[in-house]
Each structure stands twice: as C-alpha cells, then as structure tokens.
Ligand binder design. Structure first.
Ligand code: ZN
Length: 929
C-alpha cells in the first residue's frame, strides 16, 4: 500500500513503484505479449519515437488493468556500421557530426571526447533511452533489456543462422555495394553526404562493333535491341579508347573508372576528340548496322556514357531524333515498333510525348513519362510475333541471357540518381562483393509458407495487408552479411558479420529469456541449449538444467507474441522478414499473431527528420509539457495508423485538458456528502456504463484516439450537463464519487502519473496502474432516463438556435408535444425498410385514413427526422415509450431558469395555434413569444 493520506509521491517514486509491478513472470493468468521494433540508440529520441513506444504502452496498461499478465520488453539494436561511422567522423573532427551531437543531442564535451569508441556511443544512448522511457512512464519490464552485441545474444544469432543454413535458406552470390575508394570501405546510407536514397541499378551493356572496337551501350531493357535505329553519343565530351580485359572499347572516362572498381582490368589508350564519333556506323547482330548520332541528353556519368536509340519505345530517343529531323537531318530513320502495350498505339513513346505536349529533350517531364512507359510495357506488354511474341517480362530475361552468352554483353552496376558522395567528400562507386551471403527470400516454397501464415496474422489496420502480400511477392534475395560493423559473425564463415536487419528478426523470442540467460556463461550456450529452450529438443549435453527449464517455461508461456508495433516504412523489410524467419525457425504454434502498423510523425506539417534538425526531442517535450501531456497528445491526436502532427499550440491544449480533469476530480471529492440518488445521478451513471463499453472496445481494437474522445471529452461534457441540471436539486456525492473513481481508471493508460496522484487523492489504496479496469454494470443503465435527458438537451439546443434567429428578447416559451398518432407513425416508419410500404401499412388503420393528407405530410416529415437522428437514438425510441409532457413538466423549472422566461408545456392536439401542428415525436414545436 502506498501514498495514503496527504503524502504526495514524487514522479520518480511512482516510476520506482511501477518498475516492480511491470516485472512479470509466467503465471496462471492469461498473458498478453506486446512488443515494438527496438530502437537504434545513436542519437537522442524525438517525439516521433515517443509515439512508437507510447501506443503499445497505453495498450499494455489497458490489458494489465483488464487482468492479463502483460509483457512489454525493450532492448537496443546496435549492430551494423552507423555507430562506427559516427565515431570515425567524431574522431576526424567532422564539424557537422560534432554539432549534431553537441548542440542537438546535448552530449557534454567530456563525454563526446570518448565517442571515438563506438561502444561508448551505444552505451551512452541506450542509457539515455532507458532513462527517458522511464520518465515517459512506459510500463517496461527492464530486467529483460539487452543490446544486440551482448555475447549471449550473439550465441542466439549463431543458433538461428545455423538453422537457416541447414535449411538451405542462406546462399552465396555476388553483391553490388556502395563503396568509397578514398576510405577503401563499403559505405552505408548513414555515411553519405549526398545520395542516401540512391539505388543500385543493374545495366546490361549491349556491345556494338565499330572499327575494331566495342561500343558498349548501357540499357535496362535489352529486349529493345531489335528496335535500335541509331546510337547516341554526347557531342560535347571526349570519349576514350580503352583496353577492358584486353579488348578495345570506346566509352566515357567515368564509365572506365566504374568498370575498374567493378574488377575489370582497365587501361586507357587514347582520348578521342569531342564529336569525332558522330557520323560513324556501328553494328549489332540483333539490329544490324546503325549510325552514331549526337544528343545532348546523354550523360557520360550514367552507365557507359553511350546509349542505343529505340525511338518507338523510349521518349528521350524519340524526342532527340525528332529534334534532329526538324533540322532536316536523318529523315530516313523511322521508329521500329517491337511490342504492344495496353493504352498505347504502334509507337508508345510518340503517343506519350505528344499527349504531354513535350517540345524538346530538355523538358523535365521526360523522366516521368519514361517511367510510365517502362511500367506499362513491363507489366502488360507483349513482344510482336516476329520478335518471339512473349511477355515483355519474360523476353527481357531471355534476351539479356542471350546477349551475355553470345554477343559479348556484360552487366554493369550504377546508381539511379547522382551524385552519391561520401562524408569524406569522395565520389561513391558501385563495387561488387563476391562470396556474399544472401537470405534466399526468392525461394518460392519459403514465400508460400509466409503467404499461408500471413493469412492468419491479425494485421492492423487491415488495409496494410495488401502491402505485406506485395512485399512477400517481390522480395528478392537479401544480402545478410557485411565485412565491417558491430554484430555477430556468421558461424560458418567468420569473415562475415550478420547485418542489422538480418539479426533482428526473431529477437521477440529472446526477450522471453533475456533476464535469465544472462546468468549463464555465454561459452556454454551451444546450439543444443537454444534447441531445448525454443524447440523443446532434449540433449544429453545441456548445462544448468533447472535454469534452462525455467527459460523453456518462459518461452512456452509468452510465445507466440500477441502484437508487434512498428512504423509502416518497415513493412517492406523488417516486418515481413520477421515472418519469414519465424516460419523458418519455429513450429506453427509459435508464429506471430498480430501486427499494428503506425503512421508517420510530422512536426508542424512537415516530416520529422533528425538529420535535418526538424524534430522536438522527447526529453524536452517531457520537461516542457509533462509526461502525461506528451503521452495523451501522442495517442489522442490521431489513431496509431494515421500520421500525427506535433504542434505546440495543440499540445498546450492537451495540457490544459489534463489540468481541467485534475481540478474537476478535486472539486468532486469536496462535495458534501448526501445519499439522495436523484434522476440526474442515475442519468450520469447510466451514461457512464455505455462509455465504459465503447472505450473498452475501442482500446481492444487499438483506437487510442477514439477511446480518448469517449474517456475524456464525452465524460467531461456529461459532467457539465449534470452540473447545469443539478443546481437547486443538489447532486449527490455518491454518484460523483463513483464517476471520479471510474473516470480516473479510464484515463490511467493515457495519463498514469496524474491518475496515480488522483487515485490517492480520492482515498483509494494501492496503485491505480494495477487496479482493475471498470466494467459495465447493467443495473445502472436506465434507457428511459437517458432518453428523457436527450430530449431536453436537444430541445434546449433548438430553443437556442431559434432565439439567435429571431433576435428579440422572448417573453415566454411554449413547447407543443406531438400526439400519440404521430408516435405511431414514427414507430412504423423507423421499423420498415421502404417508406412506400410503411405508408400503406399506416393507411390500413381507419383512424389514420380519416386524417388523410395530414398523415402523408407527417410521414414525410418523420422520414426526414429519422434520417437526421443518430441510428442509436432511433433504435432506443423504438424500444421505449416516453411521455414528453411529463418529461418537460419535470424540467420546467430548469428550462425557466435557463432561459429566464416562463415556459408552457402543452399537448399539440389541445391547441389551435397554427404552429402546434408541426410538433413531431422527440421534436416539440417551439413557440417563442
Ligand atoms: Zn569516403
């Protein structure tokens, strides 16, 4: 028991008390295992990270209060090269990096001087992360914390790869990487000054012959070689003649350097004059002899610096040729059609260029229409019969193989965008790594297993399922090892280190044992140990048997995990990879059950980015606004899968809401005691029951925003109405105290610090964080009382809007209530699907028939009214009978006080006032006199 009486605990004291409660062990209770993509602690956390961890925390706190044994663990991912790059740059005195760490992340000069050791950076920020996560109130079991370079974890990764290798899922191949010759190292995206989004393209060099040398033309579409009408060179640059693997080539100087780094023997023989190639001829077996022509769009730094021209299908080629022909040159060259593509005529490039009204080869839109034709032809295109008649996709692979095998073609790698520059300032190239290890995600049998499993995973929101399916479909082999970086060595080839995305696929299973495995000497952690813990395989060589038994028990209790939370940009890699690895390692009963995918974080409408400085640090936000405000804003501003936008003014509004909540609870607890239960008390508690249901089901489906709307705003507005209605009648402290007790618990997952204090203030014992979640009490539900108040609320609103319209001070208000027969019509129409059949049903009644046209008009009005009412209200009105006159008579005093004039309540039928006739069920006619 804690914090009783006047003693208020400090925030830190709650954090310490919670820490023990959130340490969970296998028990008789039902479990709920939630986890989140662990962070890479190389810099300070911003509020975007804050949301990633707060959403699962709110859900964890909710299920804990629902009585489940909830596990929410956290580890730190430190493998790979980023942190090594950072330490190297700091060691070199790189100003930009130092500024980022010193000024934005506020690392002290003293600490920064030790950042030349990557492990110091990792330790520094993982400690910082834990400290900030604790101060945010995250309900993490910190005993299970680990970092991915712990020797125990490495043993776990070795075990995993041993299994993947045995199943044939890890294969050898060649792999292009980004490489800086100045640093003599492969470079990761974090090591780049420019071009971090650059992708590596694989070109095929189609080799033309001209005067004893090869002229290589770089293309992504070798199947179009049949349609080549000419070759393009840039007339303003000097090409070179070089010996490439002892054969003479003509190509750009830049291309020769690239081939040198891609392991070709390159010797430059001579430099050619600009334009000297123009007018020469070259030939290829697939298209015959063609002229070499000039075009400005040709970039010496892309591919070989020379391209083949296919004007029927390539917009650049079409326009460059048209430009020349407009000058009256080369009029005999005609585009050659090769294939048919949906939505295009004989010459797709011509169609697209003319549709877009593109005038010359410098128009910036040509890239976009090139991409558009590329996609259209690749997806639906079919080669003409004389070129084999196959689908373009298939023809491309076959013709690529053919030109490589028979016509001297080679593959050449290059970037899709330029420039790509290393932090050292040097130009980055594509280098080929041989003996690279790949995870064979292209394996169709493996894919099929994942597809089948994916159908069973609860993907939230369900719309993202298609993206998972697409990813499983297009995933190719993944280079899973690197030469440099922190991490675990591949067990059978120690020259390689398992790269970060590949060593973080099944670590959710490791959390179940992380706190216990630390007690064992890592040397003893043979594959047999993990086979026993995770697969239940017995072995005579198992050490520390009792400890292993308890780890097996942990795994069996917690696994599979129930939900994994992660940002949506991880669907295309991590979130899908982990499905592959689970199915490869674990039996069917331990496969992931659910995945919740997050939207992105914005700051004042633009994407948050640490490297651009466009972030609010989580710790600063907590200091300025308080942890509860930050939490409530991050999960209440948008549903988890929507993008959220951090704006200070909105965060301040959240802070004020929490202050109002605090003040209201304090006021409630001061109300003098009284045991009378008024109608309004019953109303307040009745409404609360349906809110409990709505909030519970919203949180069960992760709608943190929807749940907060009900738990905060809707309760608050009920209280306001209650207070308005209870003046003079006097509210009872019983109802308010009950409301306070429930309200605090409903908000505890969102604002745990405030709620713990208030729980103490209202005299409750223990921690509210481990109290029980409110449950709906059927005995406290009074639909008729709720309906009566709804009628009064709606009528007050109507009176107010009429008063605004007429703009005169009223002397009195008269309410005419609808007669019985209109209610009869209301019930018939609201229950029938077709209005026409409803009217004929009404007309079967002789009394109704007598009223004639009045019934038809009233039916029309009531139909409109029913459409305007919330469906839930219509349903309640069907199932309950209310007496409007008596409801208004009971509220007469309130209405007179509210509007400051006498209020008359009459049956519409008893009056001959012309407007009385417009009274409808649940919508009295209002006369302001
Ligand atoms: Zn470099």
């Amino acid at each position: 028991m804690i914090g009783i009486g006047d003693k208020r605990l400090a925030k830190e004291e709650y954090i310490d008390l919670w820490a023990k409660e959130f340490e969970v062990n296998p028990s008789e209770r039902e479990k709920m295992y939630l986890n989140v993509a662990f962070p890479y602690p190389s810099g300070a956390m911003h509020v975007g990270h804050g949301r990633t961890y707060t959403v699962p925390d709110v859900i964890a706190r909710f299920w804990r209060m629902r009585g489940k044994q909830v596990l929410f663990p956290m580890g730190f991912h430190v493998t790979g090269t980023p942190v090594i790059g950072i330490s190297r740059r700091i060691a070199k005195g790189d100003e930009r990096t130092i500024r980022l760490y010193r000024d934005l992340y506020r690392v002290s000069q003293e600490e920064l001087s030790h950042f030349t050791d990557p492990m110091v950076i990792v330790r520094h920020f993982s400690q910082e992360y834990e400290r900030v996560m604790r101060s945010l109130g995250l309900s993490i079991d910190w005993r299970r914390r680990f970092i991915t370079v712990d020797p125990h974890y490495s043993k776990f990764i070795e075990w995993q790869y041993k299994h993947l290798g045995a199943k044939g899922y890890v294969v050898k191949g060649i792999h292009p990487v980004k490489y800086c010759p100045q640093c003599e190292n492969p470079v990761g995206d974090h090591d780049l000054l420019e071009g971090d989004k650059a992708e590596i393209l694989k070109f095929t060099l189609v080799m033309f012959r001209s005067k004893g040398a090869f002229i290589p033309t770089a293309t992504l579409r070798p199947e179009t070689t049949y349609g080549v009408t000419n070759i393009w060179v840039n007339p303003t640059i000097s090409y070179i003649r070089a010996s490439i693997d002892d054969i003479q080539w003509i190509l750009s100087r830049e291309a020769a350097e690239k081939l040198r780094i891609q392991d070709y023997k390159v010797e430059i023989l001579e430099e050619l004059h600009p334009g000297s190639l123009v007018g020469e001829r070259a030939s290829h077996p697939l298209c015959g002899e063609v002229p070499i022509l000039p075009a400005d769009f040709v970039d010496p730094d892309v591919g070989s610096g020379i391209v083949m021209s296919v004007p029927a299908h390539a917009p650049f080629d079409y326009i460059a040729l048209r430009d020349l022909q407009r000058q009256g040159k080369y009029l005999d060259i005609k585009p050659i059609s090769l294939l048919t593509a949906e939505g295009y005529g004989e010459f797709p490039a011509k169609d697209a260029v003319e549709r877009a009204c593109i005038d010359n080869q410098h128009d910036s839109r040509i890239d976009a229409i090139t991409q558009e034709i590329y996609n259209a032809e690749l997806i639906h295109g079919r080669m003409l019969d004389k070129y084999g008649g196959k689908l373009v996709k298939q023809a491309r692979d076959e013709i690529t193989a053919e030109v490589i095998e028979h016509h001297h073609s080679i593959s050449m790698y290059d970037f899709d965008v330029k420039p790509v520059v290393c932090r050292c300032g040097g130009k980055v190239f594509v280098k080929i790594l041989r003996d690279q290890w790949f995870l064979q995600y292209s394996d169709t049998l493996w894919k099929d297993l994942v597809y089948t499993q994916l159908d069973r995973v609860n993907v939230i929101p369900n719309e993202t399922r298609a993206e998972f399916e697409r990813t499983v479909g297009w995933l190719k082999d993944w280079a899973c090892t690197r030469r440099v970086g922190l991490g675990t060595k591949l067990p059978w080839d120690k020259a390689w280190i398992v790269e970060p995305l590949s060593d973080s696929t099944i670590y959710m299973a490791y959390y179940t044992i992380a706190h216990k495995i630390k007690k064992i000497d890592p040397q003893k952690l043979s594959p047999e140990v993990f086979d026993f813990i995770f697969l239940g395989k017995e072995s005579p060589v198992l050490p520390e048997r009792p400890l292993l038994d308890s780890m097996r028990e942990e795994f069996l209790y917690w696994y599979p995990y129930d939900f994994r939370f992660s940002a949506k940009d991880l669907i295309s890699n991590h979130l899908t990879f982990q499905l592959f690895h689970h199915i490869a390692i674990f039996p069917p009963e331990f496969q992931p059950k659910g995945i919740v995918v997050f939207g992105m974080g914005l700051l004042n409408g633009t994407k948050m980015s640490s490297s651009k400085g466009n972030v609010v640090l989580l710790e600063d936000a907590i200091k300025e606004f308080g942890a509860d405000t930050v939490r409530m804003f991050l999960v209440g501003n948008a549903e988890p899968w929507q993008d959220f936008d951090w704006r200070n003014e909105l965060v301040y509004a959240t802070k004020r809401q929490i202050e109002r909540f605090w003040n209201t609870i304090i006021e409630i607890t001061k109300v003098s005691s009284g045991r009378i239960i008024t109608k309004m008390d019953k109303w307040l508690l009745s409404r609360l029951q349906s809110k409990i249901t709505k909030i519970t089901s919203a949180l069960e489906s992760f709608q943190t925003r929807q749940a907060l709307q009900e738990a905060f705003h809707s309760v608050e507005s009920d209280l306001r109405w209650y207070q308005k209605r209870s003046v003079n009648i006097g509210g009872s402290s019983g109802a308010l105290k009950e409301l306070a007790n429930v309200w605090i618990r409903l908000l505890t997952p969102y604002t745990p610090f405030t709620c713990e204090e208030l729980w103490n203030q209202i005299g409750e014992n223990g921690l509210v964080s481990v109290s029980s979640w409110p449950v709906k009490d059927e005995h406290k539900i009074f639909p008729e009382i709720e309906l009566a108040e709804e009628l009064i609320m709606r009528t007050v609103e109507d009176i107010e809007s009429i008063r605004k319209l007429i703009k005169i001070a009223p002397a009195s208000i008269t309410l005419y209530c609808a007669p019985e027969w209109k209610w009869h019509i209301f019930k018939i129409i609201s229950q029938s699907k077709e209005r026409v059949t409803a009217i004929s049903e009404i007309m079967q009644n002789p009394k109704m028939r007598k009223k004639g046209k009045g019934v038809v008009n009233t039916s029309k009005q009531i139909t409109t009214l029913i459409h305007r009412f919330p469906p839930q209200l219509v349903e309640q009105l069907q199932n309950n009978t209310i007496n409007e006159i008596s409801i208004f008579s009971d509220a007469k005093e309130f209405l007179e006080r509210e509007f400051g004039v006498p209020v008359h309540i009459l049956a519409a039928e008893a009056s001959d006032h012309p407007k009385a006739d417009s009274a409808l069920p649940f919508k009295p006619a209002i006369i302001i006199g």
